[in-house]
Design a protein around this ligand. Structure first.
Ligand code: SAM
Length: 231
């Protein structure tokens, strides 16, 4: 993979960037995504934020190598601290991390989100709690996509601020409000796999010497919900 050949997952993330955007890619790693967006002229300006030195240095090399120093600013920083007010960032991308970490980054960086018009998030796990955070902070999920690549299924969540209360019920939080509507073979595959895993866990719980009743009950509820959705 490089800036000319993004993975399918990152291509899908990039497709949700509106032309003419000023983006911040947080956890940019090698900065391929930011470089691709600038080279395609989809983004006008990019911040590539990285908290770890190794990836940050890879990003520095990438940006220099492509001669993109005027369009991409590299910042060694934790989360949204990479964004400065005079960057006028309108789109924040956080991809390839756990949902809990993405949620922490958003939560701690709320002061930087005032002028942001779009969040493009790709949690590797823990999407439901991330959706809960988005709704609680008045972000509406306007696009969701699943991408299957190299044996993994990824969820991309695109949320825009709406300035009014947003509510998702438990089903929408778990499956994704739009993914739930769309369904499709990748959706079915993901949830069939989850169902099999949960059923296996439930069997193990039932075989325990002291059955953990509350845990068993919550797995039973999850299993019923998945079965209902897959029906
Ligand atoms: N975003 C790229 C992608 O989707 O392919 C890279 C994903 S990589 C698995 C996660 C990157 O996020 C790592 O380079 C890690 O150093 C960085 N990271 C983790 N926590 C971070 C934080 N709090 N702020 C900025 N970067 C962070």
């Amino acid at each position: 993979m490089d800036e000319h050949h993004l993975s399918q997952r990152l291509q899908a993330v990039a497709s949700f960037v509106k032309p003419g955007s000023r983006i911040a890619d947080i956890g940019a790693d090698h900065a391929y995504l930011a470089a691709a967006l600038i080279l395609e002229k989809r983004a006008l300006f990019a911040i590539a934020g990285e908290v770890a030195k190794g990836p940050f240095e890879n990003a520095v090399e990438e940006v220099k190598g492509q001669g993109l120093e005027k369009k991409i600013e590299l910042r060694l920083a934790d989360g949204l601290a990479a964004i400065h007010d005079d960057d006028h960032i309108d789109t924040v991308i956080i991809a390839g991390m756990g949902g809990a970490l993405i949620r922490r980054i958003l939560d701690e960086g709320q002061a930087k989100l005032g002028a942001v018009k779009r969040l493009i998030l790709q949690p590797n796990v823990g999407a439901p709690n991330l959706r809960r955070w988005l709704a609680a902070h008045r972000f509406q999920i306007n696009h969701e996509q699943m991408v299957e690549e190299d044996g993994h299924i990824y969820e991309i969540i695109v949320a825009d601020p709406v300035g009014m209360p947003v509510h998702y019920d438990d089903r929408e939080l778990m499956f994704g409000p739009l993914l739930l509507e769309k369904g499709g073979p990748v959706f079915d595959k993901k949830w069939q796999d989850e169902l099999a895993r949960d059923q296996h866990t439930l069997t193990q719980l039932e075989q325990a010497k002291q059955v953990p009743v509350a845990k068993k009950h919550s797995f039973q509820q999850r299993i019923e919900l998945i079965q209902e959705v897959l029906r």
